[in-house]
Ligand binder design. Structure first.
Ligand SMILES: [Zn+2]
Length: 87
């Protein structure tokens, strides 16, 4: 019984890597460790300005989803009312 060699969180009985890290290892085997390292750093490691942009983008997405849900509810109410009127 060992810890996963990559994440060091999961317990591994047979393999050196847990299931999730095995997938990452497979990706590394395809693209190379250097390339995967570059991608992970570029995507996951963010400076303050990038973090703020990401936060703003997330907020916009949440607001858009809320607006869409509100519109859907209104449309459903209107459809119900039209159905009632037609009966
Ligand atoms: Zn792992």
């Amino acid at each position: 019984m060992f810890s996963c060699l990559l994440c060091e969180n999961e317990t591994c009985y047979i393999s050196k890597w847990c299931e999730g890290c095995r997938e990452i290892k497979n990706i590394m085997n395809v693209y190379g460790a250097v390339k995967v390292n570059e991608i992970v750093k570029r995507v996951c490691v963010r400076n303050g300005e990038q973090l703020n942009k990401k936060i703003e983008l997330e907020k916009e997405t949440i607001n858009k989803e809320e607006d869409e849900n509100e519109n859907k509810e209104l449309n459903d109410k209107i459809k119900k009312q039209i159905n009632k009127n037609n009966k």
